[in-house]
Design a protein around this ligand. Structure first.
Ligand code: ZN
Length: 676
């Protein structure tokens, strides 16, 4: 049997082969399309059980199967799988477009909305119906036939281009490597990075060190390599990935131009002023102008801090490092040196206290005590020997959810860290289907017989993704479309994840999740105090950088009245002039690898990180007031925020938890931007 068509339990990764993909997609699409036609043609008045439920069931099967394919494509990429994925992706997206434009289904949903049965559905299901109607409109369901065809073609092409964009970034990242044989050129680089670089060279049958553009190699070189030309070489390669400066086959320039033109056309077809307006329609923010105002307000508050950060860094680089002119490839290096000089510790020193097992256990214990849960190792078919699987049970031992943990970087895995859902909580005929999540990171694997060691930054990343995972896993919703992260506004979806990051700065939490890899000692209090002092190091610069990306994204997509010849780089240049204090070299091609907005669903949505951070900081402030490990506050957060998922507007959930409207104060305070 095709494992992708087995819905009796957990995904059967051990049996999965790329040649299962097309037959499974064929089967599911045929079954679903037949069902859709049957439901649309049904003469009876639509109700939940006879109309919505069977459709949800069928779509769940398709997206559960396809979710496994796209997950494997992201974590175990191979030429055969990529071909199967890319070959079927347009078919999946075509089916999605068909559904979202299906006049028969649209009519049924409208009839359900107008029926007497609607009032009896209960708020979550009413919200699902209303969201569907909105999505029909955004999916082009109200368009006349001719324009509907064009809309469909544009949507399919956009899906292809996104996939192409991300393949180009991955291929360009993988295609580049730099060999060093002179020991003098690797001075300053930490030993574990050098070990990994030596192993990589040996795998190629060579002596010396092989550096790549993957984070575990790239970042330590940028932060620690004393040899300036080495930093420049890697920086230049990194920021020109998938651009006109590399392999023409991997150049994203034309891909970006076509994506933007098609998004603009799509907005025009739907009768919106710009693609930014389309993007904001289902979000918490009301308009591009409101978002731009929010970002410019943040920029104005951060700017004096950023200017002071930069002045300090320039003076330090000039006086202490002999760098008269601070270049882009000097910034991470000089910053790390300044941090060490000012706070007398390095990330490397801190890293020795964060071995993988201790960090993971400490994170689990935190969640167990906050929410009264138990997290234990569990078994499931896995896709790689490094992956682990866990189960979460409540205080009474009942299964709440399960998750996979895939922590290490490898060449077949796309970069970054992310959570994805394998199964969602919902009520089915046999009872409650419990949720299952994938947690993926790109940390350095263990080297030379020692456990994997995480930087504090990586620990924060892990907490962040686990926060997304808990949002998915601790839901109490019983309908798929509002279960966990489903149905949550994009710009509120980072609330539970960024909320979790705060715990990485609490002594009560860190004392329990650190152990020196050699001595076994927990993190010393004086070192923790230095970390806290260093926490807001360059927070002004970092805030401005995020605002720069977010404003670039918003203005790029809110291009009303923009002259046609205006290029992406012009928009970026204008944004930088307005908000940035550090201007990178002319040849920097940051947009060409900005996968969030060209391949990741964040188009006119990158501001969401900061938007949600206002919410997460303010939510965490209630824990600061009541005690950060306070289980009563934890229970309330679970009940009002995590449990409800998308079943009500995020603003309502926030207010139910906090007892008032969100305030920006906690975010500014956490970033050291207000007088204490
Ligand atoms: Zn996130």
């Amino acid at each position: 049997m095709n494992p992708l068509l087995d819905f009796s339990g957990l995904p059967r990764f051990a049996d999965f082969r790329p040649d299962h993909v097309t037959p499974a997609v064929n089967e599911l699409l045929a079954v679903n399309r037949a069902l859709v036609e049957r439901l649309a043609a049904d003469a009876r008045e639509p109700d939940w059980e006879g109309f919505v439920q069977p459709l949800e069931d069928a779509n769940e099967r398709l997206y559960r199967a396809w979710g496994q394919v796209s997950h494997m494509n992201a974590v175990m990429n191979s030429p055969a799988l990529r071909e199967a994925y890319n070959g079927n992706l347009p078919r999946i997206s075509q089916y999605g477009t068909e559904l979202s434009q299906h006049e028969g289904l649209f009519r049924k949903y409208k009839a359900l909305r107008a029926s007497a049965a609607f009032a009896a559905l209960g708020a979550p299901r009413q919200r699902i119906v209303d969201n569907r109607l909105r999505d029909f409109r955004l999916g082009g369901a109200e368009l006349p036939e001719e324009r509907k065809q064009r809309f469909k073609a544009v949507s399919e092409r956009l899906a292809e281009l996104s996939s192409r964009f991300s393949d180009n970034v991955l291929d360009a990242t993988n295609a580049w490597a730099h060999m060093v044989t002179d020991g003098a050129e690797v001075a300053g680089i930490p030993a574990d990075t050098l070990d990994a670089a030596r192993e990589a060279a040996r795998t190629d049958g060579r002596e010396g060190w092989k550096f790549t553009l993957h984070m575990p190699s790239y970042l330590p070189v940028m932060q620690y390599a004393e040899h300036r030309p080495l930093r420049e070489t890697l920086y230049r390669a990194y920021v020109t990935r998938a651009s006109e400066f590399g392999d023409p086959k991997l150049d994203n320039t034309a891909v970006i131009a076509e994506i933007l033109a098609l998004r603009r056309e799509l907005a025009t077809l739907l009768g919106f002023e710009s693609y930014a307006h389309v993007s904001l329609e289902p979000k918490m923010a009301r308009s591009p102008a409101q978002v731009a105002e929010f970002l410019r307000d943040l920029a104005a508050r951060a700017r004096p801090h950023a200017l002071r950060d930069l002045e300090d860094l320039r003076a330090f680089a000039r006086d202490r490092l002999g760098l008269a002119q601070l270049e882009s490839w000097d910034i991470p290096y000089a910053s790390e040196r300044l941090r060490q000089a000012r706070y007398a510790f390095s990330e490397q020193e801190v890293k020795q206290y964060f071995p993988e097992d201790r960090v993971v256990q400490g994170m689990f214990q935190l969640v167990e005590s906050l929410y009264g849960l138990r997290i234990e190792a569990d078994t499931a078919p896995l896709w790689h020997p490094d992956v682990r699987f866990f189960r979460i049970a409540d205080a009474k031992g009942r299964l709440v959810g399960q998750f996979y943990l895939d922590l290490y970087a490898r060449p077949s895995k796309r970069g970054g860290a992310w959570m994805d859902d394998a199964m969602a909580r919902r009520r089915v005929a046999s009872g409650i289907q419990t949720p299952v999540a994938y947690l993926n990171c790109n940390f350095s694997p263990p080297v030379g017989g020692r456990p994997a060691l995480f930087t504090h930054e990586e620990v924060i990343t892990l907490f962040h993704e686990f926060g997304h995972g808990l949002h998915h896993l601790l839901t109490r919703a019983e309908d798929l479309a509002v279960s966990g992260i489903n149905g949550v506004e994009w710009d509120a979806v980072e609330l539970p994840s960024q909320f979790m990051e705060n715990f990485c700065w609490e002594w009560a939490v860190l004392a329990n999740m650190t152990r020196h890899v050699d001595s076994g000692e927990p993190l010393p209090r004086p070192l923790f105090d230095k970390m806290i002092a260093a926490k807001n190091f360059q927070s002004g610069l970092q805030m401005l950088r995020q605002v720069e990306f977010a404003l670039f994204d918003m203005l790029l997509h809110d291009n009303r009245g923009e002259p046609a010849e205006s290029t992406v780089l012009d928009v970026l240049g204008r944004v930088r002039q307005e908000v940035a204090v550090v201007v990178p070299p002319q040849w920097n091609r940051f947009p060409h690898s900005f996968s969030h907005i060209f391949a990741g669903g964040y188009a006119a949505g990158y501001y969401s990180y900061k938007w949600a951070e206002v919410l997460s900081a303010d939510a965490y402030a209630l824990f600061e007031e009541n005690g950060v490990l306070d289980a009563t506050t934890g229970e309330r957060f679970w009940r009002e925020v995590l449990a409800v998922g998308g079943s009500r507007p995020a603003l309502e959930s926030f207010k139910a938890f906090r007892g008032r409207e969100p305030s920006i104060d906690a975010l500014l305070r956490h970033n050291g931007m207000v007088a204490a």
